[in-house]
Write a protein that binds this ligand. Structure first.
Ligand code: BEZ
Length: 211
């Protein structure tokens, strides 16, 4: 069955371009992103991995580790990393899991047979410090993902894990947030001392609490 939000991210051991890992141990106590690639030496995947390598400091700032998976073997990954570095003008700085037996792909239901019965789709799993799945995304092989959107989601996930707020459409870090409907009007001043705007009983905004 497909993994759902709130499920525990399945653990596994695997060879990666940075050595053998136990996934949960590798995640440690922070956040993590596991994202799949249909195949090595493919154009869209090459640009995606280069893009993430260039943004790695942004994930680090958010205490979020990134790891990719592709169903090819380690030798192939090592050769591909040279191409990624060369063509994307970067240096790969996070691991790629070798998954030739499709263990990880199957655990995370990354192969969608009606799209392609051999290769994975472009899946993303954001995993919290409690090892629970906080976000899933599924893109087709032909569409590269928008990685700034993942940073935006992580900002929202980390904020809403800490404060009784939600984030509105197209929210960016630093913008006003929506006060959780579970917070009573009378309790808002104590919980949100920066002030609030009440548009409707269910729509109340406050400045971002941790800024
Ligand atoms: C790509 O990464 O370019 C790609 C991979 C598999 C199918 C289609 C495109």
């Amino acid at each position: 069955m497909a993994l759902r939000l709130g499920d525990t991210a399945p653990n596994f051991t695997a060879e990666t371009t940075e050595g053998k890992i136990d996934f949960h141990q590798w995640l440690g106590s922070g956040w993590g992103i596991l994202f799949s690639h249909p195949k090595d030496y493919t154009p869209v995947c090459t640009t995606e991995l280069g893009a993430v390598a260039k943004m790695k400091n942004e994930f680090d700032k958010r205490n979020t580790k990134v790891i990719a998976v592709s169903v090819d073997a380690l030798d192939s990954h090592h050769g591909w990393v040279c191409d990624i570095n060369e063509t994307q003008n970067t240096k790969m700085n996070f691991p790629i899991i070798a998954d030739p037996d499709r263990n990880v792909a199957n655990l995370y239901d990354m192969i969608h047979p009606k799209a392609d019965d051999t290769f994975t789709v472009r899946s993303v799993f954001v995993i919290g410090p409690d090892k629970k799945i906080k976000l899933t995304l599924t893109y087709p092989a032909s569409t590269g993902r928008n990685f700034p959107e993942l940073l935006r989601v992580i900002d929202s996930l980390q904020l809403t894990a800490k404060f009784k707020v939600a984030t509105p459409a197209n929210w960016q870090d630093g913008e006003d947030c929506i006060i959780s409907t579970a917070v009573k009007d009378d309790d808002i001043p104590a919980s949100f001392p920066k002030g609030h705007r009440r548009i409707k009983p269910y729509l109340r905004y406050t400045p971002q609490p941790n800024k």
